[in-house]
Design a protein around this ligand. Sequence first.
Ligand code: GDP
Ligand code: MG
Length: 162
Amino acid sequence: MTPVIALLGRPNVGKSTLFNRLTRSRDALVADFPGVTRDRLVGAGRLGERPFWVVDTGGMLGEDPELSGKVSAQALMAAQEADAVILVVDGRGGLTADDRSIANTLRGLGQPVWLAVNKAEHLDTELVRADFFELGLGDPWPISSSHGHGVADLLETVLAGF
Ligand code: GDP
Ligand code: MG
């Protein structure tokens, strides 16, 4: 089974940057994924020998104005259909009410969820962990999607469950 990993999070935290980093090392294949009810951006990634699918959420169909900043119906569906979810938050901006709201929703899904604290390239790892631990999603993973820091370690951990 090739696991499907969905990227969730409020706008501008870096989901698409992470998606691009996870997919571009291959041929950045972006395909319709069978079984989904609406279009969404799915790409093929690989960590060493291990292939995975990654699903970007948000921005493809326009943000739902009613739900902007929280989990849109589209993103929620992507999370439910995935095998694992990565909640992406912005480490520079700090924790927001919308992050809490999204985390609460995701904790209720019964899916494995990992917390990626993005834009952490200049941040103190221990402070990041302390700041975001309260989301209740286990140890926060500081990453930098634009620089690549921490991304492979996180993926290795996510994929180890499958
Ligand atoms: P999305 O709305 O969650 O898909 O976020 P985007 O991927 O479009 O990124 C939003 C902004 O954050 C862009 O200006 C990115 O260049 C920037 N960004 C993404 N990842 C990082 C990162 O690791 N570090 C920094 N400093 N900026 C980042
Ligand atoms: Mg995006």
